[in-house]
Design a protein around this ligand. Structure first.
Ligand code: AMP
Ligand code: MG
Length: 329
């Protein structure tokens, strides 16, 4: 199959037709690129799992363009959902609700709950409004780093999808916050740009579950995600980063530092390989996946900056710790 990349606005009509006829389309969102299919079409959704090589017990998120669509997808919707939706939707949050019978089991990996998200990206929003609710995971090969540019998607999925809508770089750069409202207390299953602190301000106590859970309540959480193709470690200090770099070089590796610019002068003798994550934590979030993809292409040992695990730093490090399999130096 030929895979075409078309500028978002120009490709919208064609993309909506493809979705409606049961085909896959890659579309930009404010978090990462999504690999979408009509959420009500079981056969179309099956193609997502095949294209990605995704295990069938890992659920997808259903993307909507208006809150009116929620009652078709979910049942027993608590008031808290609408309180949160008012505050954070459209935006980088997925809320898990009890699924309605309209949603095919394949979307939820056989589970009784469905993750619902309303993207703020205008291309995503228009595509959904022009077609239907769209089930999608990130548009990368299973277990690889999520794509934040159309070229990342092309590298992973060329030949597997007919159309990639190019919307430029994703605004946030890491996947959505996933909040489960189907248990006794609201529980964060995956931190993201909507931070724990932001949620607490609106709803008070929030439970956090960063750990891999053994009983498959959320099958998605069993899998390691976001892994680069070569070794990757987090350096807890600039000194340990420099030491690790020098050691790896002696061992014959071609290492690279993936850091924000403020550390350039501290650990960056001019001959060190360096990929910049920008200046602020928001820029770190925006740039990290593209930096990891660039690093795995050009080098063979990645040393990444550590962030304090609070606020957005906690969400970003959730991904970086997975990318590094929790290896710290
Ligand atoms: P991706 O954004 O590619 O990681 O795919 C969607 C992710 O959303 C899954 O891996 C899960 O972590 C999460 N998710 C989707 N649906 C549910 C659900 N019903 N319950 C819990 N988590 C979900
Ligand atoms: Mg993913």
């Amino acid at each position: 199959m030929e895979t075409r990349i078309v500028k978002g606005e120009e490709g919208l009509q064609e993309a909506a037709s493809l979705i409606k006829s049961g085909e896959l389309v890659v579309f930009p969102t404010e978090t990462v690129y999504g690999l979408g299919a009509n959420a009500f079409d079981e056969n179309a959704v099956k193609k997502i799992f095949i294209a990605k090589g995704r295990p069938q017990d890992n659920p997808l998120i259903v993307h909507i363009s208006s809150l009116e669509e929620v009652s078709r997808l979910a049942k027993d919707i608590p008031d808290l959902f609408y309180t949160l939706a008012n505050k954070f939707m459209p935006g980088p949050i997925t809320i898990v609700l009890n699924k309605s019978e309209n949603v095919p089991d394949i979307v939820t990996a056989g589970g009784k709950t469905v993750g619902i998200r309303m993207p703020s990206n205008p291309i995503a929003n228009k595509l959904i409004a022009m077609s239907c609710p769209i089930a999608a995971p990130s548009a990368n090969k299973s277990k690889h780093i999520s794509p934040t540019k159309a070229e990342h998607v092309y590298d992973d999925l060329k030949g597997e999808v007919p159309l990639i809508l190019d919307g430029g770089e994703c605004e946030y750069g890491i996947e959505s916050t996933v909040l489960d409202l189907t248990t006794d207390a609201p529980t964060v299953l995956r931190p993201g740009a909507v931070t724990i602190e932001m949620l607490q301000e609106v709803i008070g106590d929030v439970y956090v579950n960063n750990k891999v859970i053994k009983i498959a309540k959320s099958p998605g959480m069993k899998y390691t995600h976001y892994a680069p193709k070569c070794s990757c470690v987090v350096a807890i200090s600039p000194e340990s980063a420099r030491k690790c770099y020098e050691e790896k070089e002696k061992e014959g590796f071609n290492p690279v530092l993936v850091y924000r610019d403020i550390y350039r002068d501290i650990i960056h003798p001019s001959e060190f390989n360096f990929i910049s994550l920008g200046i602020t934590i928001e820029q770190y979030e925006h740039n990290i996946y593209a930096a990891l993809r660039e690093a795995e292409e050009k080098y063979d040992f990645i040393i990444v900056e550590n962030l304090k695990e609070e606020g957005l730093g906690a969400s970003v490090m959730n991904r970086v710790n997975k990318a590094s399999s929790n290896n710290k130096v």
